[in-house]
Each structure stands twice: as structure tokens, then as C-alpha cells.
Write a protein that binds this ligand. Sequence first.
Ligand code: NAD
Length: 245
Amino acid sequence: MAESLKGRRILVTGAASGMGMAIARLFADKGAGLALLDRNEAGVRALAEEIGAVGVGCDVADRSEVNMAVAQADKSLGGIDGVINAAGIITKTHIADLEPESWDRMIAVNLTGPYNIVRAALPMLQAAERSTIVNIASVSALMPMAGTSGYSASKAGLAMFTKCLAFDLGPKIRANSICPGVIKTEMTRFLWEDPEHSARASGRVALKRLGVPEDVAKAALFFSTEDSGFTTGTEFPVDGGFSWR
Ligand SMILES: NC(=O)c1ccc[n+]([C@@H]2O[C@H](COP(=O)([O-])OP(=O)(O)OC[C@H]3O[C@@H](n4cnc5c(N)ncnc54)[C@H](O)[C@@H]3O)[C@@H](O)[C@H]2O)c1
């Protein structure tokens, strides 16, 4: 296994919490140079200081902020070989109650955000060797669920965006999406803090537990190394057996 990330320079969005944070910690352990972006500037700076990374406050939906943050990451790391788009938000509600502002914001953060990051980082990714893009989509990209029309549309869009990136940018750059099931993070606190909800969610998957951010971080590591060197354009479930089709 070529699991080391020594010499690789990787930008992670959404790194102040949950999966982005677990990815940042694992990648730092594996020797990567890291630029961590998050709207939560204090949170991302604190983590960056702790693990020896560069922390930048940035709203991924804001193109000028993204351009500045990616330029800062490039300057600090001396290039960018990999991107992980983990920043994301959810508004879970019936379509009749899904306000235009919520729809717009989910598309802006979950779909346009990764586009903004990839566009800004593209010259650096193209200049580097064996570059990788990993987008954190969701099982919501693979199967319909009640009350997730906006979120699922944004994540299905992200998964297809990733496949198209694989075509446009191969063979030099590989792009894969990870589709997590229910993972215990701030985003799903309402669910796993309630024992009844939690038991129901665990009970419906083959592996009979909820995921943890580290489950997703290990998959992100695989897709960011040559261990996955013949794999691009995939939608990879990390869901305990939830999204079988
Ligand atoms: N938790 C789950 O069960 C689950 C399942 C499937 C997919 N996902 C996806 O995984 C990704 C990570 O989610 P998580 O569960 O770790 O959530 P989380 O809420 O713990 O972390 C999300 C992070 O993204 C940051 N963020 C939100 N909007 C941002 C913006 N506009 N610009 C920059 N940063 C922003 C937040 O500040 C936070 O630090 C998200 O894309 C989410 O949609 C989560």
C-alpha cells in the first residue's frame, strides 16, 4: 500500500468539523502538506495550528474568497496536488416548505462550491504530477429520500460533475466522489443524539452501525494516493450497506 502522502500538497474544504476535520487529521498523520479552508475561520485556524497546516477562512460559495484562499494555499504549500471538497450544508424539509433561499444556498455551497474550488485550483493541479480530486457527495446522490429534494439534487449534481471532471481532466488528474451514509458529525447530531432515531438508522444498514468521520477519511486517503491509480469517475459509497441498487 502506497498510503504515504509525503510530498503531496492537499487542500481540504470544510475542515473545521466532521469529515473534513477527520480527513485533515489523517492526511497530516500521513505526511501531507495541508491547506484547510472553512467558513468557520476560528475553527479551521485552531485545527491548522494543532496539526501544522495552513488555515484559511473562506466561504466556498463566494468565488472571490475562493480565488484568494486557493492562491494563498498555493503560495504557502508551493503548489497543490490534491483537493478534497468536504464543505456542505443540508436543509431537510418537504418540498412545500423548501424556501428559495435554502434551495439556492444548498446548490451554491454543495455544488457550485466544489466547482469554484476546482476551477481556482486547476492550474496548480495541472502543473502537479498525478493530481487527485475527491468530492464528498452522499448516498442522497444515489437514492431518493423524503425531505431531501434540494440536498439530493445538489449531491447528485456533484457526483455527475465529478464524473465529467474525470473525463475532462484524465489521464493526468483523477476525480472520484465518496457517497457517505449516515455519519456521526454535527450535521447529523439531531439524529444520533436521539437513541430511537439512531437505532432505526443503524438497524436499516447491513453493518448495523452509524458511520464515523474516520470511515470516510480512510476512503479519501485511498482516492488521494496511487492505491486507487486505475480508478476515476466513481461514486463510492461509505454507508454500511445502505444504498444498494
Ligand atoms: N454527516 C452525514 O451523515 C453526511 C452524509 C452524507 C454526506 N455528507 C456530506 O459530507 C460533507 C461533510 O459534512 P459533515 O457531516 O462533516 O458536516 P459538518 O457540519 O460536521 O461539517 C461541515 C463543515 O463545512 C463547513 N462549511 C459549511 N458551509 C461552508 C461554506 N459555505 N464554505 C466553507 N465551509 C463551509 C462548516 O463550517 C463545517 O466545518 C458535507 O458535504 C455533507 O453534505 C454528510
